[in-house]
Design a protein around this ligand. Structure first.
Ligand SMILES: *Cc1c(COP(=O)(O)O)cnc(C)c1O
Length: 446
């Protein structure tokens, strides 16, 4: 059961099918353009959508809005240092700023940056600096039915191949995303992180985590490989293997806005901090209000509570199991923050160049006002480089929806699966040059 009770409520919108049809059409068949007032259950993302605790709301009242040296910064710094062990803690307003600051100071044109699978903003920020983002996850990650415990693991042979192809000097850092969001929120084992760390040390290459869901990853390690110790101890064993991390606290920071870079290298920290001042703000607030820093520090403490994580991971797992029981094809095993529908198996009659996962996303909305997000050809297929997977991600916000909300989503998906033959593909009518999925406009194929 939920290890919390509810103190404030927010009503959710209900719409008619006609209203949803009109909303979808005027949004160009892109759910990012549908206003939230027309969404009944919003599973677009788990990012920045968490419900804060009473203690976090209380933290807002002790915000110290001093321009320099806010006490909230020092609490955040102390908290992140205690959890991660990293020396420098640089606050900023969200994860992609961490990526921008880090990569613009270490990625040069022609560089290659390996990761298990790069998240979309990570890949875009590397490419924006002239680098190439290389995915080196194990092959099983691309098989939606391979039910193995650590599907986010890096394939060391693929790392070797990148090294052989481009040479050590063209690899400014290696990233490891915990959990692996774009591969289905799949965890990375401590053993694999250790191998990656050793590999990086052997070749003198810095190693960073994309640590957005570090606590969920630690929980998976505890239950799936029976690691000893509490969650903070396991998380720390991961952090100890690397030189630093980028963090979107909109995930495991349990806040609506926030993030940081944490790292050990003094010279790099100085460069990042100088750039921070240019684009975000003074180093003790980094684009956030003092109160936000306090809420983030509090969230980082709460996310390491094992009861919280058992409920969190359990809720997502049960949601996935209910979909499976209803015959709906999903990616297995179920990851930490979302259930991913396998659009290739759901809609085998729609060719990849007609965006099956986007078509399914639109159909879910039409059927029940449920908002999901496409992770497939629309997100990653620009320029005709089609991705292996066509997924629809049903991300579960933290501490926001109850099991009966998710039961409703299961019903909608099951109903849709019954009439899947009636769902048609889509074609693009407008796309932006980068990150096209956010603003693309589409229309149904005739
Ligand atoms: C969300 C996310 C990011 C980017 O963070 P924002 O706060 O959205 O800018 C980077 N990497 C991963 C794995 C993420 O999930």
């Amino acid at each position: 059961m939920e290890p919390f009770k509810i103190k404030a409520t927010e009503s959710i919108p209900f719409t008619s099918r006609a209203e949803r049809e009109a909303a979808l059409k005027s949004a160009g068949y892109n759910l990012f353009s549908v206003p939230s007032s027309k969404i009944t259950i919003d599973l677009l993302t788990d990012s920045g959508t968490s419900a804060m605790s009473d203690r976090q709301w209380a933290a807002l009242m002790i915000g110290d809005e001093s321009y320099a040296g806010s006490r909230n910064y020092f609490r955040l710094e102390e908290t992140v240092r205690r959890i991660s062990g990293y020396k420098h803690v640089i606050p900023l307003h969200q994860g992609r700023v961490a990526e921008n600051l880090l990569f613009s100071n270490c990625v040069r044109p022609g560089d290659h940056v390996p990761n298990n699978i790069h998240f979309d903003t990570t890949k875009a920020n590397i490419e924006h600096n002239g680098g190439q983002a290389i995915d080196c996850v194990i092959d099983a990650a691309y098989d939606p039915q391979a039910d193995i415990p650590f599907k986010g693991d890096m394939d060391l042979e693929k790392l070797d191949r990148v090294l052989a192809d481009v040479g050590r000097d063209r690899i400014p850092l290696v990233l490891l995303t915990i959990t692996n969001n774009s591969g289905g929120g799949q965890p990375v084992s401590l053993a694999n992180a250790t191998e990656v760390s050793d590999w990086c040390k052997r070749h003198g290459i810095p190693f960073f985590y994309d640590a957005c869901r570090f606590a969920e990853n630690a929980y998976f390690c505890k239950v799936r490989s029976g690691l000893d110790g509490d969650i903070p101890t396991i998380a720390r064993r991961f952090f100890d293997l690397a030189d630093g991390c980028t963090m979107s606290a909109k995930k495991d920071g349990l806040v609506n806005m926030g993030g940081f870079v944490a790292l050990n290298d003094d010279a790099l920290a100085e460069k990042v901090t100088n750039m921070l001042i240019l684009i975000e703000g003074f180093p003790t607030y980094g684009g956030l209000a003092g109160r936000d820093l306090e809420a983030m520090a509090q969230g980082l403490e709460e996310v390491l509570d094992e009861r919280y994580l058992a409920h969190r991971i359990g809720q997502v797992r049960d949601f996935g199991q209910a979909l499976r029981d209803a015959g709906v094809p999903i990616l297995v095993p179920v990851g930490g923050h979302a259930v991913y529908l396998d659009a290739r198996r759901f809609l085998p009659h729609i060719a990849q160049d007609q965006f099956p996962a986007q078509a399914l996303t639109c159909a879910l909305y039409l059927e029940g006002g449920v908002r999901a997000v496409e992770i497939g050809g629309l997100m990653f297929g620009a320029g005709g480089n089609w991705p292996e997977l066509e997924l629809v991600r049903l991300a579960v916000p933290r501490r926001v929806y109850t099991s009966s909300h998710l039961d409703y989503v299961v019903e909608i998906a099951a109903t849709l699966f019954e009439k899947r033959d009636s769902i048609r593909g889509l074609q693009i009518t407008y796309e932006a040059p980068v990150l096209r999925h956010f603003t693309a406009q589409l229309k149904p194929v005739e």
